[in-house]
Unconditional design. Structure first.
Ligand SMILES: Nc1ncnc2c1ncn2[C@@H]1O[C@H](COP(=O)(O)OP(=O)(O)OP(=O)(O)O)[C@@H](O)[C@H]1O
Ligand SMILES: [Mg+2]
Length: 83
């Protein structure tokens, strides 16, 4: 399980999350939609621990593997998503 508990996150003056919570259980398939700049990538970076929330906690159960593709294609340019 991946859990966000009472997350708050701000980038500059922009409030992205205020006291936000969510849980993703094993076997669930979930999509995250929102306008450009809403904070979707920021949420994934917090799950990847590339960024910390200002408040709250992200917890990932032991033994869970997280695969993540940055939307900034960068070093994966021209390569297949499936090995
Ligand atoms: N490192 C940073 N420093 C300052 N502001 C940032 C930083 N990263 C993102 N932001 C700002 O935070 C907001 C959310 O960005 P984020 O990339 O999470 O949005 P997004 O929902 O993934 O957008 P998109 O649909 O365009 O991918 C945007 O306004 C962005 O400009
Ligand atoms: Mg994004």
């Amino acid at each position: 399980m991946i859990r966000l508990d009472n997350i708050s996150k701000q980038h500059g003056q922009q409030l992205l999350f205020v006291d936000a919570s969510a849980a993703l259980h094993r076997g669930e398939k979930v999509g995250l939609v929102g306008p450009n700049g809403a904070g979707k990538s920021t949420l994934f970076r917090m799950v990847m621990r590339e960024e910390l929330p200002d408040e709250g906690q992200v917890s990932i159960d032991r033994g869970v593997t997280v695969g993540y593709f940055s939307q900034d294609v960068g070093e994966m340019q021209g390569k297949s998503a499936v090995a």
